[in-house]
Design a protein around this ligand. Structure first.
Ligand SMILES: [Zn+2]
Length: 469
């Protein structure tokens, strides 16, 4: 069995080895078990249902929320010679009928479909004749209102179990807290599922939070400091995305906006320019994301405060897919928190409760003096590092440095002595800390730019120099 898996992996996907968890998930899927898989973006989620689809009789139905996502995956599969197709509203009637005929004749191994279409009675009735061997539900967190991307149409998927009682279900997501996980298992009525949770740590990403004082100037300085790198700037509004792109372009940094207010054609065009490295920066709202796979995104800057940690993690996760060092910078100001609180006040009572809690966690991340990596991972229920036993002189456990966040890096660059002392001298808030560190470096004659070989340290210097101006 393992031998066959390896051969199929090589033959159809061109890989010699599985990524963590893939093989075990695939074996469970082939054994007909329900599976829940939580794997970070870039962790090789899709392979977990694509490979089994090739190794057994019947059709694998993949539920996917986005047209662009379906198309990308199906294109890639077809390029590898795999019989895959999708059905969605982007097809004309003629094409849709042709694909349905193909499904009736059993010509496909994989079908990608949106939840609202799959759950139509007429569609399900047809699908019962297609010898469905497996259902894979991608972006499964959309089923939970506790997730950051709740889609009511996903709730309908719970009926699948009733219509297709013998077909194993695989639920996959790249983002889910423990609460969302439990919700997914319950909503989909998974039967004794095997649950897999991969590590969310992205060791090549560095995390930084910077006080937002003169955001545009801070941004330009940051980008100019990295003349050959491309990145994404996330903003809260379409207006900001537009104006940042315009201003950056005028200041000699090729940039394009991406948001839901542009036509589909403009969006595709801007995205293509970015993917081909014809523009260096994309200024985007949350509309830019799912399914974007550009390996060499070197930085993700959050110009405004994200609504929740999950979005933040997902968006920063678009940096460094190629495994090379990449930077994630959040510009943080109290006025952003106030703005979001106003938005929240306009929501329904239940939504308010959830949104407030999510905002509180986001603000905690921005204000914490602890390691940011550990804080992010803790949000996803992951302890980082896995086995920390080191303790400080006075007893409390010490968090080892992650070597990739401002809270871990800055004190180490500035203060001598053991880490126990570092944790004691940490001042109560970011701004104070920065001032204190700056004074100390000045006294010691340290050159901020002298650290520029370290990409994480460079961010600090660019922003701090700007702060002083
Ligand atoms: Zn850290």
């Amino acid at each position: 069995m393992t031998l066959n898996l390896g051969r199929t992996l090589k033959q159809h996907f061109g890989h010699s080895d599985f990524r963590p968890l893939q093989e075990a998930i695939i074996q469970d899927a082939l054994a007909g078990r329900d599976v829940f898989a939580l794997m970070p973006t870039g962790g090789g989620k899709s392979l977990c249902f694509q490979l089994p689809a090739l190794m057994r009789e019947g059709l694998t139905v993949v539920v996917s929320p986005l047209i662009s996502l379906m198309k990308d995956q199906v294109d890639a599969l077809q390029t590898s010679g795999i019989a895959a197709t999708f059905l969605n509203s982007a097809l004309d009637r003629h094409e849709a009928v042709a694909r349905l005929r193909g499904l009736h004749r059993g010509e496909y191994r994989l079908l990608y479909v949106a939840p609202e279409r799959l759950m139509l009675d007429t569609f399900l009735e047809r699908a019962l004749n297609w010898n469905i061997a497996q259902i894979a539900i991608d972006e499964a967190h959309c089923i939970s209102e506790w997730g950051h991307d709740f889609r009511p149409e996903y709730r309908e998927l719970k009926k699948l179990r009733r219509h297709l009682p013998d077909v194993p279900i695989m639920a996959l997501t790249a983002t889910a807290t423990e609460r969302v996980r439990a919700d997914i298992l319950k909503q989909l009525a998974l039967r004794d599922p095997r649950c897999y949770v991969a590590s969310f740590n992205r060791p090549n990403l560095s995390y930084r939070v910077v006080p937002k004082s003169a955001p545009y100037e801070q941004l330009v300085a940051f980008i100019r400091d990295r003349p050959n790198e491309s990145g994404i700037v996330y903003c809260a509004s379409r207006k900001t995305a537009d104006s940042l792109a315009r201003n950056l372009s005028e200041d000699g940094v090729k940039a394009k906006p991406y948001h839901a207010g542009l036509t589909a054609r403009e969006r595709t065009q801007n995205q293509e320019l970015f993917l081909r490295d014809d523009v260096r920066v994309i200024t985007a709202t949350i509309a830019f994301g799912m399914g974007i796979n550009k390996p060499n995104v070197r930085f993700v800057v959050h110009h405004d405060l994200p609504k929740n940690i999950e979005s933040y993690y997902q968006e920063t996760g678009r940096a460094g897919r190629d495994g090379l060092p990449s930077e994630c910078v959040l510009l943080f100001s109290a006025s952003d928190v106030v703005k979001q609180t106003h938005f929240i006040d306009e929501k329904s009572e239940n939504e308010q409760r959830i949104a407030r809690e999510q905002l509180r966690q986001m603000v905690h991340y921005a204000e914490t003096r602890e390691c940011r990596r550990a804080t992010l991972l803790k949000y996803f229920g992951e302890e980082w590092p896995a086995n920390s036993t080191e303790t400080g002189d006075n007893g409390p456990p010490l968090q080892p440095s992650c070597d990739g966040c401002d809270n871990c890096l800055t004190p180490r660059q500035t203060f001598d002595g053991p880490r126990a002392k570092i944790s004691l001298v940490r001042p109560p808030d970011l701004r104070k800390k920065r001032i204190r560190i700056r004074l100390k470096s000045c006294r010691r004659g340290a050159d901020w730019r002298g650290h520029s070989s370290d990409p994480a340290a460079r961010t600090q210097s660019a922003f701090d120099l700007r702060d002083r101006a």
